[in-house]
Design a protein around this ligand. Structure first.
Ligand code: SF4
Length: 91
């Protein structure tokens, strides 16, 4: 059996979402492709993931720079962070 994606460890109450992470059951390479590689498959997995919002919040709060989190890639999260900074922060 192939190991799934490595996600933040448990322990903290706000990381309960990790137990429901769909990507933990899939090929982790799709979430961290080589430069120029496709993230299409990973994003599709995210669309079906019930903890997408929590995952994206975690990535934004912890400044995760690499990979797909909550269905968004690195550039998209950077844009979102910038936009939320201009708007006075994330809600
Ligand atoms: S939203 Fe995507 S990256 Fe986040 S836990 Fe779900 S499947 Fe994984």
């Amino acid at each position: 059996m192939r190991a799934g994606r490595a996600l933040p460890g448990g322990g903290a109450e706000d990381r309960g979402w990790v137990d429901s992470a769909l990507c933990a059951q899939t090929d982790p390479e799709g979430f961290f492709p080589e430069r120029g590689g496709s993230t299409r498959t990973a994003r599709r997995v995210c669309l079906a993931c019930e903890v997408r919002v929590e995952c994206l919040e975690y990535a934004l709060e912890n400044d995760e720079r690499f990979g797909v989190w909550g269905g968004l890639g690195e550039r998209e999260r950077r844009r979102l962070r910038r936009a939320s900074g201009e708007a006075g922060g994330l809600p």
